[in-house]
Design a protein around this ligand. Sequence first.
Ligand SMILES: NC(=O)c1ccc[n+]([C@@H]2O[C@H](COP(=O)([O-])OP(=O)(O)OC[C@H]3O[C@@H](n4cnc5c(N)ncnc54)[C@H](O)[C@@H]3O)[C@@H](O)[C@H]2O)c1
Ligand SMILES: [Zn+2]
Length: 358
Amino acid sequence: MRIVQVSLGNRSYAIKVGGGLLPHLGAECAQLKLGHRCAVITDSNVGKRFAKAALKSLSASGFEPVLITIPAGEKSKRIAVVEKCYDQLAEHRLERKSFIVALGGGVVGDLAGFVAATYLRGIPFVQVPTTLLAQVDSSVGGKTGVNLKSGKNLVGAFYQPRLVLCDLDTFKTLPKREYISGLAEVVKYGIIYDAVLFAQLERNLAKLLRRDRLTLRDVVARCCEIKAEVVGQDETESGLRAILNFGHTIGHAIENSSGYGKFLHGEAISIGQVAAAKLSQKVLGLPSGDIGRIESLLRRSGLPVKIKLNPTQRKKLFDAMKLDKKVSGGEVKFVLAEKIGRVKFGCQVPAELLAEAV
Ligand SMILES: NC(=O)c1ccc[n+]([C@@H]2O[C@H](COP(=O)([O-])OP(=O)(O)OC[C@H]3O[C@@H](n4cnc5c(N)ncnc54)[C@H](O)[C@@H]3O)[C@@H](O)[C@H]2O)c1
Ligand SMILES: [Zn+2]
């Protein structure tokens, strides 16, 4: 097992990464000195595979868990579902020291985290992320929240978990497309922060693609460490945290303009990262060898690296980019790479260069 410590003063916590961790959920929670009653929030796909093990482990350690299952999918990330969760928490008489376990992907983590942040003005919560994206990204950093009809993640809170338990065995049932989509975020960490990690990914891609446990343990832990380091320096996203958005300005626009659901998030940001690399060459002189390595690693992972657009789709994409929340003062600001392992944020890009890159 690898342990990554997230240092945020009195809200510090550990991320534990390894195989076979779910059966120890109860024992891990027992060390946190929480109340007896708790709720496991999960979704319909994850629940049928892992809820039993989670409940069994919690009960064996003396906790009294209740199970709350939401329908799988992004549509569940909304206020109406939050309210249903509150009702079940109240019915089960959860109180201030009680806690919530988020068992699932990013949808469950964001929703359950928001429920925990707001129920009784905040009760403790533990994350058990079960997708690659959730383990390396959404479960680290304390962003929780839900969507509104007018846009994604518009309501939320910064709220840190007490523990994150990344059980690599949960990937055994994760659909291939979801797994590969998560790899796009993994590659991102190499580009923005760690040339050594990037080279390791290039070398060990075959092992990673067959979900080799030891390779995954090191890679997931390193990604969590990087995100924790970045977030630790900028918890509420006023500066450095922006580097986590490499490839995301264009990626979000692709998700938006193509209608949510066509591309998974990781697929869209894979295309976004290749476009951002091309922009980086023009604006910051990123060597063409580095662009080649980025494109090739993403392609070999099984991710899309370009998108064909007709003029109407192209216009839609550019409009979506202007609506992205990273726009400040009317200018679209980009995170661009100087070389693999080092990026700059807040870069302005002339419109004609952007048009060439996309
Ligand atoms: N809070 C943050 O900082 C942050 C960062 C990135 C993304 N997010 C959010 O994360 C969400 C996306 O997360 P996601 O990609 O994990 O999607 P998800 O939670 O919808 O999971 C993807 C699918 O896989 C299923 N699944 C999950 N784990 C499984 C397993 N082990 N075996 C079988 N099936 C499994 C789910 O039921 C779902 O159908 C988005 O809502 C996004 O906004 C949040
Ligand atoms: Zn992302």
